[in-house]
Design a protein around this ligand. Structure first.
Ligand SMILES: [Fe+2]
Ligand SMILES: [Fe+2]
Length: 219
């Protein structure tokens, strides 16, 4: 009696998994069809175009960041953090110049195209500053916002390096790699500043407020 039962069960589960597979295929087809975005008339058709579009995007992002960083430095209290931000302003200026060289190597004019992601990340940094009292807590917030920015830049330059490599843009690749290394270094510096002192100082006020507050969504 055991064998037929097992067989029936196997057949049933085979049938169920086959139905599930069919329905999954149908669903994913529907989802894909529903998500296909209509391309603009200016849409990139080749990797080289996507590469230059991405350069325009990060060029805008770096320039926009240059305007936002001094405000972050002014709002920071800890010397380590102020120095880290000021150092990164100088580094970012070099990165902008490096990007202009990368455009030149690609035979393109350096043009900035609004980067929605960087605009949002900088806006979030502004919100964090408004939501924190000056001192260690605001510093911890500035570090959090800055690290999100650095991670975005690391992802972007990582992609640009891959594109440059594929396209045989060897000189540009070396420049982009240099910037990628600087962004990674900035991220490490911020992590160290947070772990070495700022987060501990910021935590000193812990327990003063209602513990449930952190669990409440603010709108
Ligand atoms: Fe940068
Ligand atoms: Fe950066």
């Amino acid at each position: 009696m055991k064998t037929p039962t097992a067989k029936t069960k196997t057949d049933a589960s085979k049938s169920a998994s086959s139905k599930a597979a069919t329905s999954k295929t149908a669903t994913s087809k529907t989802v894909t069809a529903g998500r296909k975005v209509k391309a603009k008339s200016t849409a990139a058709e080749e990797l080289r175009e996507l590469y230059t579009d991405s350069l325009k995007d990060i060029y805008w992002a770096e320039k926009h960041l240059l305007k936002a960083l001094p405000k972050m430095a002014k709002n920071a209290t800890t010397e380590t953090l102020i120095n880290a931000i000021n150092d990164h302003i100088a580094v970012t200026e070099e990165q902008v110049a490096r990007l202009e060289r990368v455009f030149e190597l690609a035979g393109k004019k350096a043009v900035a195209k609004k980067c929605d992601a960087m605009e949002g990340l900088i806006k979030e940094g502004q919100d964090i500053m408004e939501s924190t009292e000056p001192g260690a807590v605001r510093d911890a917030g500035i570090i959090a916002a800055s690290q999100k920015i650095e991670h975005y830049e690391i992802a972007t330059y990582g992609t640009l390096c891959a594109f440059a490599k594929t396209l045989g843009e060897d000189e540009a690749l070396e420049l982009l790699k240099q910037t990628l290394a600087e962004e990674k270094e900035a991220d490490v510096t911020l992590t160290e500043a947070a772990y070495n002192s700022i987060n501990f100082e910021a935590a000193e006020g812990e327990g003063d407020e209602d513990e449930d507050e952190n669990m409440t969504e603010e709108n």
